[in-house]
Write a protein that binds this ligand. Structure first.
Ligand code: AMP
Ligand code: GLY
Length: 476
């Protein structure tokens, strides 16, 4: 009997990790990835989904491909496709797809509506107010600071703003300036800032909590510690140079990124806290969503939480929700999954997640992202090199990548932004295509061992401008 064909829709490292997890299933014959990247075709059983020789990006083309190739199951990674309604379209066409329907993506797409929804169903969140009128928002912020001199606010653009739409404030002036920058033309985050959600700034420790659901049963996934800031401890000089080149007035600001690395399992998420999060947040959110939208949420979800210490108890509250797996978190969580990814996915689609027990390897995985850092563009005939600060700011791409043939077989390299091209001699060559380029994942019986494997190998990789944090798995 021939095995199943799976389609993974994702362009990045998360997509590589999902495809790899499916490829490990003995029930899966072939994994197609769209649009994918160079790494997608370097994993056993995996290839890029092509139509007339080119990669597939649009939903109608993906539907035709899935039908033509008799794909049995499609797994969608990023929020962009999900909020476009890819799962709705696939279902209408009679195709099985994992990921929330468009109605549920509001959880990531509107901070105002999400916080209203969570409050209505009793899921703990920081006290919040929504505004569509900047003057009213400013008056509220001014009054808040007068009445609460020891508290602070966070001002959030309502819509999708590439993860940058929240401004954490430390004074009334900062809050008012944040409201003006987000809401008044020229709006800092464009249309996403037509409305703002203003909430109380909480103290505590942040945690990303991942779960999988078929809309009724919710299982926690193993979790990961993530590293969002671009630079690690001791990199003050690099931070100042970065900000000077990026034109940022605050020279000491360590910028946020989509993620610079991570490791799994998480160091302080214990069973008791996980249970509390499941009971007070994950399960009620999925139930509330089913009651609100009338359909079941089938896929992955993660909650950005603040864990506050209150009278000796750890109280989790929701800061944000994402309707997908994180990147690079997926790259360190999924290699530890021992349950068959295909059987797990079928159970999600069939509403039978209650019959599946998730099994995990006790190993640690440490993932370090190699990014496109600062580069002075090599001077070409008569041209003058322009210095760019690197990811998350402006960066160069199209740099040849070398050294991947030197990676030890036990180390995983997931590609975030790469493509094959040809060099001047006409030989096939791997090039950078994005800010995040590769995530190198080391595995070991201890955090230190996994960390050593990742760093021992990442240093063999070379491209112009390569940079990575040195403290993944060392600091928290
Ligand atoms: P968000 O866009 O909601 O994920 O927020 C981005 C970051 O801002 C979070 O990861 C937190 O570090 C911070 N943040 C957001 N909301 C709050 C809050 N209510 N209290 C404290 N920090 C917050
Ligand atoms: N690494 C954070 C995210 O994927 O949103």
């Amino acid at each position: 009997m021939s095995g199943a064909k799976v389609l993974v829709v994702d362009a990045g490292g998360r997509g590589n990790a999902i495809a790899h997890a499916f490829a490990k299933s003995p029930l899966v014959e072939r994994v197609y990835v769209a649009p994918g990247n160079a790494g997608s075709s370097m994993i056993e059983k995996c290839e890029i989904a092509l139509s007339k020789g080119g990669p597939l990006k649009e939903i109608p083309g993906l539907v035709s491909f899935a039908k033509k190739e008799e794909v049995g199951l499609t797994f969608v990674g990023p929020e962009g496709y999900l909020s476009e309604g890819i799962v709705n379209v696939f279902c209408d066409e009679g195709l099985d797809a994992i990921g929330p329907r468009r109605e549920a993506t509001i959880l990531e797409g509107s901070k105002c509506d999400t916080k209203d929804f969570l409050k209505a169903i009793g899921v703990p969140i920081p006290p919040h107010r929504n505004f569509s009128n900047p003057q009213e928002a400013i008056e509220y912020a001014a009054a808040f600071y007068q009445e609460n001199p020891n508290k602070n606010l966070v001002v959030k653009a309502d819509g999708l703003a590439a993860g940058k739409g929240s401004i954490v404030c430390s004074s009334a002036e900062e809050a008012i300036s944040a409201i003006e920058r987000i809401m008044v033309e020229p709006r800092l985050f464009g249309e996403a800032g037509r409305r703002v959600e203003i909430e109380e700034r909480l103290e505590g420790k942040e945690l990303m909590f991942f779960a999988v659901t078929d809309g009724r049963t919710v299982h926690p996934l193993e979790s990961a510690m993530d590293y969002k800031r671009a630079f690690g401890p001791g990199e003050e000089v690099a931070i100042r140079l970065y900000n000077r080149l990026a034109g940022n007035p605050n020279l000491d600001h360590n910028p946020n990124t989509g993620g610079m690395g991570g490791y799994s399992p998480h160091p302080w998420l214990d069973g008791e806290l996980a249970e509390r999060i499941m009971e007070t947040i994950a399960v009620p959110t999925i139930r509330g969503l089913r009651e609100k939208t009338g359909s079941e949420y089938r896929g992955m979800i993660y909650f950005g939480l603040m864990i506050s210490e209150e009278e000796g108890e750890r109280v989790p509250r929701v800061l944000e929700i994402n309707v997908r797996l994180g990147d690079p978190e997926a790259e360190v969580i999924l290699p530890r999954l021992k349950t068959d990814m295909y059987l797990l996915s079928r159970a999600i689609l069939d509403g039978k997640l209650d019959s599946v027990e998730l099994k995990w390897s006790p190993d640690y995985c440490v993932g370090v992202c190699a990014i496109s850092g600062r580069v002075v563009k090599p001077v070409t005939s008569g041209g003058v090199g322009e210095e760019r600060p690197g990811y998350p700011g402006p960066h160069y791409t199209n740099m040849p990548i070398r050294g991947l043939d030197n990676i030890d077989p036990d180390v995983l390299v997931y590609h975030n932004g790469t493509a094959f091209g040809t060099d001047v001699q006409g030989n096939e060559q791997l090039y950078t295509t994005g800010g995040r380029v590769l995530t190198v994942v080391g595995r070991g019986a201890s955090l230190a061992a996994a960390r050593d494997r990742a760093y021992e190998n990442i240093k063999r990789i070379r491209f112009n401008g390569i940079r990575y944090r040195r403290d993944i798995g060392l600091t928290s």
